[in-house]
Design a binder for this molecule. Sequence first.
Ligand code: AMP
Length: 552
Amino acid sequence: MLGLMQDWPLTVDKILDHARLNYPRREIVTRSIETGGLSRTTYYNVWRRAQQVTNALQERGIGLGDRVATLAWNTERHLEVWYGAMGMGAVLHTLNPRLFPEQIAWIANHAEDKAIFFDITFTPIIAAIAAKLPNVKFFVALTDRDHLPKADIPNLIAYEDFIEGHTPEAKWGGFDENTAAGLCYTSGTTGDPKGVLYSHRSNVLHGMAANSVDCFGAGAADVVLPVVPMFHANAWAIAFVAPMIGSKLVMPGAKLDGQSVYELLEGEKVTFTAAVPTVWLMLLNYMQENNLKLSTLKRVAIGGSAVPERVLRAFEEDYGVEVIHAWGMTEMSPIGTIGKLLPDHHAMSHEEQIKTKLKQGRALFTVEMKIVDDEGVEKPHDGKAFGRLLVKGPAVARAYFKNAGAKNEKGECLEPDGFFDTGDVATLDELGVMQITDRAKDVIKSGGEWISSIDIENIAVGAEGVANAAVIGVAHPKWDERPLLIIEPKPGAAPTREQLLAFLEGKIAKWWMPDDVQIVEKIPLGATGKINKLALRETFKEYRLPSTQAAE
Ligand code: AMP
């Protein structure tokens, strides 16, 4: 027997429609790309102009399922193109400007993008690759005629001219909720990047889950600043959440440095914000150097890589701001777990609570998780045993675009039991709190046991004079692999091998102790700000441990 409720397809156009009808005058503030000053608009105006985008796209031949790309910061115009494209059933493809131009071209060609909207900051990238993009029919610079770049880009038009004259009445929705809405390529640290193709339904469900009370928990009275870019997995759902709930939205444009973010937090009275740890390190440094306080911020979501202890403590202990530690990935829309404490944790000491908050947290509703060994056998939830972390849910990828990386004949990227292997290695405890111990490919396999490179790194960054630390496994004739600690010193500091090893002693198991330490000028970072272990392994491919050399 079927239920007797209405059919109301979960399509994202309904989100902005809801904002137009219920919060038409709620503000959206953007740091202008052209001037660096602030511009102000409303949900009503964004809806109106998004409708114009739809009409302009359709007039130029864009239709259902066509990929429309953006190479853009978080701005009101990006939001307009976002909804204008998705609303009509085109697929909004966010390109990551932090990749090399050749990678961007490869991705745009793989996606068969038909149009690219770009911020003028990225004109040199577009000028360099435009000739290599045969599918792109036209380029739109997200600016007005006065600021249109004078670069050699074919079929180029300024955004304001693109939408001008188009009516603010377009037909949105009316298609299946499983229709593709967005496309985002994973950073691809191994092999070619792979496209994650979100559906309308997955975005709506994920947006609602992401804003549950134990997750973002934002409402109409909040002022939300997504520093995390829309090209990094949908700004962690905020581009959907904010119009769903009618919060004021503050878009940081191109300026993500400590001072600019601080000015927005205070000037716009932000109550909730989200970004990767590196952004918060810049903000905290700026505030500490200038002796500043935060007067309105209540919560900060931090994810993308593990929250460093000093960031957690600074926000919670020095500034009274609650940290929401989030873990997820592009393939999960992206949020999987959230580090809010349970009543069971409330009796713990402050120090124990800090330890728990440094873990990645509990599954959101819509996410199922399990940890398994290499044979797929489930590991116990005791907080100690670690295994490959597998996930399942309505906002988790089933297959990559064009079946890249398929694991079965249906083209899916799933394990035989239908779970998605995150590539992370983790523990789960009896309360369901998950802790990432490593990336599967970074875990060091020594004498049949696993050593967590992340655990050692997190401790090593606390040593004096250390700016950044990385641990990689290097070949060993007896143990298979042994850990090598690589250190980037702080400017002017010169920590020694002996000091660093002495610092680690007693903090990690004896057999986890790195066999050697190497000091480098700079630890390489990838396009999303994470340590590039692939590059490090390449740099140290000829390196042999002193113990191995001695045995030769
Ligand atoms: P991406 O798809 O580029 O966002 O990368 C996803 C990967 O980032 C995950 O599989 C994790 O390895 C890592 N990651 C994300 N959030 C966290 C976190 N809170 N702690 C540790 N690693 C994280």
